[in-house]
Write a protein that binds this ligand. Sequence first.
Ligand code: NDP
Ligand code: GDR
Length: 363
Amino acid sequence: MASTGSQPAVNGGEDIPKVALIAGITGQDGSYLTELLLEKGYEVHGLIRRSSNFNTQRINHIYIDPHNAHKARMKLHYADLTDASSLRRWIDTISPDEIYNLAAQSHVAVSFEIPDYTADVVATGALRLLEALRSHITTTGRTHVRYYQAGSSEMFGSTPPPQSENTPFHPRSPYAVSKCAAHWYTVNYREAYGIFACNGVLFNHESPRRGENFVTRKITRAVGRIKVGLQSKLFLGNLQASRDWGFAGDYVEAMWLMLQQEKPDDYVVATEESHTVEEFLEKAFGYVGLNWKDHVVIDKRYFRPTEVDNLKGDSSKARKVLGWRPKVGFEQLVKMMVDEDIELAKREKVLVDAGYMDAQQQP
Ligand code: NDP
Ligand code: GDR
């Protein structure tokens, strides 16, 4: 069994901080993982992609401008999972001890619209990162470097619950098929080259930092805006799908734990509790005294060509081997998200009332 959270993040007993490289640092999970690793004393390097707008909102609160501070322990570098040369260059330059691949075109419905790009980033992107790591290990002999691949419960697709490490995959979207490829690339690089590479098969995890076009955040954003009078309707698709929803802050801890074990392996991470989208609506609207039926309108364009109906994980292996368990339950998660989005909506209302923002502006 494993080394645990009490292990200091230093190399070889010396006072040199461990170095982590995160692809996807600007995303929901990237931001929570960065906070966790900084807390543990790591130096964290993040790969960000070029965007015409700033895309670092989720990590701005922990960013220290390297011009102003010698102690900045989070550093950002331009790269892209579609650009193999950038991945190879940064791995060689940074010499990380741990690599977390969280980068993805992560929206399932969007993957039906841009399937080639989704496969390029999610499947081939993971392969590029693994190849860059293999080349780095071959040229430097740094065999101790560890790799985490962000796998998804979407890979189980239509296979009925409970889903565990032994459940066959039956993916139902270009995103999920691509995640299956990334999963098997990771297994293959572990078996073929002896790389310490792990797959975390994570069920849905949410937070106030969740992207605004995923269903939970779309709902809690609407609850906030409806409550303060900025919106009246919420357009949604299939309300009967069931998801095993946990809190992202809990799930990044499981990622880190996987890379602290003696041997690389694959783990399912889940709360083991499942709720329908309708139940999420009831809880979120009910929490602030609203009836979701007064506001929700079903819009066909949010239905997917193939849906994943029922996900509920069996995370007994992660609980036993990693000693991991979720701390935040369903109700607490919903309330946390609604509370934050009510505050956000109040701030928006001030801007709208002052004429600085259009009330219609919404995700
Ligand atoms: P997000 O969509 O919030 O973040 C995705 C990250 O990937 C962002 O930093 C994004 O950058 C980056 N990215 C996208 N395309 C590229 C590219 N071409 N090159 C480099 N970086 C890129 O996802 P989450 O944080 O929610 O999820 C993290 C990972 O875990 C993803 O791989 C996701 O598929 C997977 N996953 C998520 C689950 C969940 O419930 N959240 C469950 C299971 C798996 P930018 O900010 O510029 O867009
Ligand atoms: P999911 O999350 O597809 O499970 O993927 P999402 O929140 O997008 O959908 C969950 C369920 O809600 C239904 N739904 C809607 N979804 C969205 N986005 N918008 C709507 O208006 C809407 N109405 C109903 C969907 O049909 C679906 O059944 C997430 C992502 O984070 C993936 O990257 C990750 O791998 C999986 O979780 C695990």
